[in-house]
Structures are given as structure tokens and as C-alpha cells.
Design a protein around this ligand. Structure first.
Ligand code: KG4
Ligand code: ZN
Length: 339
């Protein structure tokens, strides 16, 4: 796969509760994508049920492929990129085996992709060139600050010591009796609320470093929520807004620190929490400090296959035969620890 030749990559994402397929062309960009969310399937349980997720990926993938092929003209791709981790192991195996079967039938290579690298590269779908940069990776399972020195060269600057930012949103939402997924529900409730109404902690801001911690904030939130009557909508909105502001302030200050520490002037924001409007608008103000902000559009912050197809297109050296034995990993580190 040389760069001068247009290459079509079929991307497959099935690491958690979204089934996604997309076609990315190295010359023309994103040609089409389809996504099925399992929210309705898991909602009655208040969270993702791994076994149900795997079974639904099995059902959806062939149907979505058919839909995508109609959308993109049905041409055989040149390679198939698939999320090989981290994520729910059963869900990952469904996607990877589907990818292997297609690669075998079409006689094309498979490119295993790191899910978090997919998130990190998602802003490139809009054609921006984001390296070198600091990246804030905020998803349901991860909260990391990374120095992106180049493609595949990622150095860890800081990470969460306990809950991930998305997880904190989800848990706070649960305490308020909001459904799954909690992050967007809590953000909706916060709309129009007073972010100053409750004094909630900004963990680790008083200490140097770029690590995060959300467990103290979670406890403070729980104590505050116990005093808010369920029918008091104004107080509920204020509490949600105060929580969101505490998370946003923390993420914002740590990003500023990472930019100062590295001397870089570009910030990539990736992962589901990157879809949070309050966070997006707070980070926009960094432009006044000469920082170029690279955030994927809303649809490509949360899980999707376009970012996986793109990551595959950028890693042609990872292409291997359909029968090659590459690992599928529930846990998989993206970064090198800083020297
Ligand atoms: O990246 P993602 O789609 O999946 C993972 O790889 O984890 O991130 C999902 C996380 C969930 O915790 C979800 O509640 C959170 O991102 N999230 C949000 C918003 N949209 C998604 N959190 C706050 N505000 C949002 N608008
Ligand atoms: Zn994700």
C-alpha cells in the first residue's frame, strides 16, 4: 500500500456498545459510515452488559456492512482495519473475526487498530495536521494527557488515579437517577443550571503534576445530591451544572499545565467526553493563548468506525494476512511512560 496509490480502507468498531463500519479513502477522505448504538439494549440494566453487547455485534455487523456497501458503491476495499483493543474482549473478538472473514473472502489484509489511537487521530478526519501536540484523551474508561510527538510516538504526561472523566459523569448521572449513558444526560440536565450554586472540589489542582483524580469529587457530589429533593428541578440542574463545571475546570487547568510543560501550542481533544459542550467552549478560550484546538466533530468524539478506518490508513505497516495471529486485547497501553 504505497501512499501515492489511493487506498480504500474498511473500518470496523465493536469494542463496547456501538457497532460501526466506515470506508475511508486515502485520497478522497471519508466515503461513508454507519453506526448502530446499543443504548436501548443496555438501558434497562443501567450499564453495558458485555454478553448482550457481543451478541448484538454478531447480529448487526452483516446488516450494517450491506448498508455501507450500498452507500459507498459496493467496491471491494483494499484493506480492513479493525479495533483490536482495548475494550470488552467478547465484543472485540466479534469485530476482529468479522474482519478476518472479510479479509479472507476478499483476499485483502487486516490492520489491527488501537481504539484510543483511533480517538486520538479522529480530528484528522477534518483534514487538520495535529502533530506535535498535547492530547487530552477523555473517554468512558480513560483520562490521559499525552504528548504526541508523531504518529505512534505517544508519551504519557498524566492520567487518572481512579475514575475516568466519562465514568465520573456516568456515576454522577446515576446518583441523580438519570439513565445510561449518563454523560450526555447529565450534560443536558446541566443546561441552564448555575455552575456556581454548589461548591465542589477541583481534585489535585492544588498540587503540581498532570494526573487526575475524580473520586473526591464523586464523594462530594454524592453528599450534595442527598440534600437535593428529587422534585426540586432548579437545584438538580444547579448541582449537575456545578459538577460539570468542576470536571471542566480540572480538565482545562491540566491541559494548560501540559501545554506549558511541553511548550506545545496545539491541543487535541479526543474521546466521548470531548463531545461535552461546556468542555469544548472552555477549551476554545485557549485560542487567546495562541493554542490551536483540534477536536473531532461531535459524531466522531464518541465511538465510531471512521476513526478506526483512518487510523488503519495511517498504519499501512501494520497490515497482515487474514490468518495472521495478532493479539486481541481487553487491556492495551497506548503510551510510553515519560523518561
Ligand atoms: O469514547 P467513548 O464513546 O467510549 C469509550 O471508549 O469509553 O466515551 C464514552 C464516555 C461515556 O462515559 C459517556 O458518558 C461520555 O463519554 N460522554 C459524555 C458526553 N458524551 C459522551 N460525557 C459528558 N458530556 C457529554 N456530552
Ligand atoms: Zn472510545
Amino acid at each position: 500500500m504505497s501512499e501515492s496509490v489511493a487506498t480504500r480502507i474498511l473500518g470496523i468498531e465493536s469494542s463496547c456498545d456501538e457497532t460501526g463500519l466506515a470506508v475511508y479513502d486515502t485520497r478522497q477522505g471519508l466515503l461513508g459510515e454507519v453506526l448502530f448504538s446499543q443504548i436501548a439494549l443496555h438501558a434497562p440494566y443501567g450499564g453495558v452488559v458485555p454478553e448482550l453487547a457481543s451478541r448484538d455485534h454478531v447480529r448487526r455487523l452483516p446488516l450494517l456492512l450491506e448498508q455501507l456497501m450500498l452507500q459507498t458503491g459496493g467496491k471491494r476495499p483494499d484493506a480492513v482495519a479493525v479495533t483490536a483493543g482495548p475494550g470488552l474482549i467478547g465484543a472485540l473478538l466479534v469485530g476482529v473475526n468479522f474482519a478476518r472473514a472479510l479479509a479472507f473472502a476478499w483476499d485483502i489484509p487486516v490492520i489491527p487498530v488501537h481504539h484510543l489511537e483511533g480517538h486520538l487521530l479522529a480530528p484528522l478526519l477534518n483534514g487538520v495536521a495535529p502533530f506535535p501536540a498535547v492530547a487530552l484523551l477523555v473517554s468512558g474508561g480513560h483520562t490521559m494527557l499525552i504528548e504526541v510527538r508523531g504518529l505512534g510516538d505517544y508519551v504519557l504526561l498524566g492520567e487518572t488515579l481512579d475514575d475516568a472523566a466519562g465514568e465520573a459523569f456516568d456515576k454522577a448521572a446515576k446518583m441523580l437517577g438519570l439513565g445510561y449513558p449518563g454523560g450526555p444526560a447529565l450534560a443536558d440536565l446541566a443546561e441552564g443550571g448555575d455552575p456556581e450554586a454548589f461548591r465542589l472540589p477541583r481534585p489535585l489542582l492544588d498540587r503540581p503534576g498532570m494526573d487526575f483524580s475524580f473520586s473526591g469529587l464523586k464523594t462530594a457530589f454524592r453528599l450534595a445530591s442527598m440534600k437535593v429533593p428529587e422534585e426540586d428541578m432548579t437545584q438538580r440542574k444547579n448541582l449537575a451544572a456545578s459538577f460539570q463545571q468542576a470536571v471542566v475546570d480540572t480538565l482545562f487547568r491540566k491541559c494548560q499545565r501540559a501545554l506549558q510543560h511541553t511548550g506545545l501550542k496545539r491541543l487535541i481533544v479526543a474521546g466521548g467526553v470531548g463531545a461535552n459542550r461546556a468542555l469544548r467552549s472552555a477549551l476554545q478560550t485557549l485560542a487567546a493563548e495562541g493554542v490551536e484546538l483540534c477536536i473531532a466533530d461531535l459524531a466522531h468524539c464518541t465511538d465510531n468506525a471512521a476513526m478506526i478506518a483512518l487510523a488503519g490508513a495511517l498504519h499501512p505497516e501494520m497490515a497482515q494476512s487474514a490468518s495472521a495471529d495478532f493479539p486481541v486485547r481487553a487491556r492495551w497501553s497506548l503510551v510510553k511512560e515519560e523518561a
